[in-house]
Design a binder for this molecule. Structure first.
Ligand code: ADP
Length: 265
């Protein structure tokens, strides 16, 4: 809280009194602080792959180019890092559109079952590679719901890809959908993976927040997946929660209202 004193003078009569103004600046300062942190994070996240690319290109220039095997490896590293930057910039653009409310939510009636089954299909290759079993359970009352299909697919992709990233080979993932209230669908993505320590839970939806930076990076994560999921769910008028037990697994549930007019578009 900022306190400012202003003395009021009236012409020819000297001071007429003092006004004390109490202003709540904590909100503003917090916003400024989180903006600064965000810019620092973005710069760092972009700088890291750029530095790697630069050093590999230099090594190629300094002779690695003559060794076809080495050259191939170095080129593939620079390509991976470039792909990481593209992912990051794509995620940032998406977040900025969601932030500025430019995001147009294009709703269409979609079956809850189809959404979950399609999401599982998109990951069938990875699931098989890691021998992870996936279970789909859709209550018959879930039915159809008006959502922006592309965006909800993105939410499901972010959650399922996290479940896969943070679940050891041979693990299990379940996707569930049920009507929890007459006008509310709940979708849950649960895994029996590494889980999240208690101390990290309240920051997990923050942009760039990661429990283990190195692990997330090596898995191709940008640290923005959960924040994007949350913004999309919010834009549909729903909410998202994450529960986790270290070493036991993680469960993320989000809700979506059935009634189109209830959603904050
Ligand atoms: P990332 O790109 O790093 O996965 P997210 O925003 O999607 O970014 O997630 C933030 C962090 O939350 C991750 O780095 C990871 O530490 C943790 N996390 C998210 N989902 C899971 C999960 N299913 N199991 C364990 N940890 C998770």
């Amino acid at each position: 809280v900022k306190l400012t004193f202003t003395t009021i003078y009236t012409k020819g009569k000297g001071s007429a009194g003092t006004i004390a103004v109490l202003q709540d600046v904590t909100g503003q300062e917090k916003l400024e602080e989180s903006r600064r942190e965000f810019v620092a994070n973005v710069s760092h996240e972009l700088r890291t792959p750029l530095t790697t690319i630069k050093s590999y290109l230099e090594a190629l220039e300094d002779g690695a180019l003559e060794d076809p095997e080495l050259a191939g490896k170095f080129v593939s590293v620079t390509r991976n890092e470039t792909e990481r930057m593209i992912r990051l910039v794509t995620d940032l653009l998406q977040l900025s559109r969601l932030d500025s409310e430019q995001a147009i939510i294009n709703k269409q009636l979609t079956s809850a079952r189809a959404m979950l089954e399609d999401a599982a299909d998109r990951f069938s290759f990875q699931l098989e590679e890691q021998s992870i079993e996936i279970f789909i359970q859709v209550e018959s009352t879930a039915g159809e719901i008006a959502v922006d299909r592309d965006r909800i697919d993105q939410v499901l992709d972010n959650l399922v890809s996290n479940a896969i990233k943070y679940t050891p080979d041979g693990g299990q993932i379940s996707l569930r959908a049920r009507r929890v209230e007459p006008q509310l669908l709940e979708v849950t993505v649960q895994d029996n993976g590494i889980g999240i320590p208690k101390k990290d839970l309240n920051r997990i939806f923050d942009r760039f927040y990661r429990v283990d930076k190195a692990r997330s990076r090596s898995m191709g994560g940008t640290g923005l997946g959960l924040s994007i999921a949350r913004e999309i769910v919010k834009a549909h008028g729903g909410s998202i929660v994450l529960e986790s037990e270290l070493g036991e697994g993680t469960k993320v549930s989000f809700t979506l209202p059935y009634l189109q007019e209830e959603a904050a578009v």
